[in-house]
Design a protein around this ligand. Structure first.
Ligand code: NAD
Length: 368
């Protein structure tokens, strides 16, 4: 066994542990098939960590992540912890500090609707006869969410509140490099989304996009204003390959993309930090786009595909095991083509094989 990778496993709450178990079975299978190994360090996070020691992100969990090549994350949160003070709640107290600690500035969210799942998309099926496959690259640590000054004060006898949308050239450059690199590995088409007709930060964004494009002559670059991008995404999602945009626009567009894809249970995500020294691989955290789904937790019916595809993204972006990643993605697509459906993507059609969490993973494993 020549290659060994270290991963931190943070299963979290709700459906997190259930879908994590299945995704690790899939990881076992590709390890033996492609001849590599992983050293896995399991650590508590979110509500589970609060119950254990009072804090959603214990130091031991951060240490396990620091010692890893990448983090496989489940989901955190649930009604049990909803009434805690905001900063000690599972999401605010674990996810945001993890992003900050590891400088995870690039959020990658695929919006994929497989051809056999177009019925689950709210987009008219005649517009997407072959489904679609878009990757949204969102800047995660800058822009109006973090810009200062921000605040609230009295001016001329009334209350005003304000935020600052600010970007440094270097922040725009590094996210564009991630997006162009992703486009190079896919369809070589990139749409940069901004509001350059109104916002100064967007004018700089567009200038930098045009400059960075010179490093990637094979990639076709197009610019769209964010309002138009939102419309085109629901009118012709199959015309997009990769989208790149700033934090606030990406927050909204990536959720729109998740909605038009049909089910949260199918969508993974990656949050990438800097490149590892001397390599094209990133340190990153990989997790389903959805949350802990407390309404279905513990019933064995959650769709494990988002977590399984998160493993594929981990393999591709942090571990350099692209063949294993592709094999997982192909195995998932085949299980769907063969008619396996968890409740969230089932229509009740007679041709479907309605399955639970474990059976869906079994169907995927059978294709590996
Ligand atoms: P959610 O994504 O957990 O659930 C929304 C709906 O999608 C639910 O009906 C759920 O059953 C369904 N769903 C989600 N994943 C599914 C899957 N794999 N298979 C089948 N159905 C699935 O969002 P919510 O209900 O708004 O939040 C629930 C909890 O999750 C809250 O405590 C919230 O704070 C937390 N949350 C955590 C994360 C995270 O850990 N990254 C993200 C979002 C929400």
């Amino acid at each position: 066994m020549s290659r060994t990778h270290r991963i931190a496993i943070l299963a979290g709450d709700g459906i997190g542990p259930e879908v994590m178990t299945e995704s690790l079975r899939v990881l076992d299978a590709v390890e033996s098939k492609f001849g590599f190994a992983t050293e896995r360090s399991e650590a508590l996070v979110g509500g589970a960590a609060i119950d254990d020691g009072g804090h959603p992100l214990p130091d031991a969990t951060i240490s396990a992540c620091e010692a890893s090549d990448g983090i496989l994350f489940g989901s955190v949160g649930g009604p049990k912890w909803e009434n805690l003070p905001p900063d000690t709640q599972p999401e605010r107290g674990a996810l945001l500090p993890l992003r900050k600690h590891f400088g995870l500035f690039a959020n990658l969210r695929p919006g994929v609707c497989l051809p056999s799942l177009t019925h689950a998309s709210p987009v008219k099926n005649e517009l997407i006869p072959n489904g679609f496959d878009v990757l949204c690259v969102r800047e995660l640590t800058g822009g109006v969410y973090f810009g200062s000054p921000k605040g609230r004060e009295e001016r001329d006898g009334e209350t005003v509140a304000f935020d600052t949308m600010i970007y440094k050239r270097s922040e725009i450059e590094r996210i564009l490099h991630v997006a162009f690199t992703a486009a190079m590995g896919r369809g070589k088409r990139l749409v940069s989304v901004d509001k350059a007709n109104v916002l100064a930060s967007s004018v700089l964004w567009r200038e930098v996009a045009i400059e960075v494009a010179k490093d990637y002559p094979e990639v076709e670059l197009e610019h769209l204003y964010v309002d138009n991008a939102a419309m085109q995404l629901c009118r012709r999602p199959d015309s997009f390959d990769v989208l790149v945009t700033e934090n606030l626009f990406g927050d909204i567009l990536s959720d729109e993309m998740a909605m038009i894809s049909g089910s949260l249970g199918m969508l993974p995500s990656a949050s990438l930090g800097s490149k590892k020294e001397g390599s094209d691989l990133y340190f990153g955290m990989y997790e389903p786009s959805g949350g802990s789904a407390p309404d279905i937790a513990g019933q064995g019916i959650a769709n494990p595909i988002a977590q399984i595809l998160s493993v594929a993204m981990l393999l591709r972006f942090s571990l350099g095991e692209a063949d294993a990643a592709q094999a997982i993605e192909d195995a998932v697509a085949k299980a769907i083509d063969d008619g396996y459906r968890t409740g969230d993507i089932a229509t009740g059609a007679a041709s479907e094989k309605k399955v639970g969490t474990k059976e869906m993973a079994d169907a995927i494993l059978a294709n590996l």
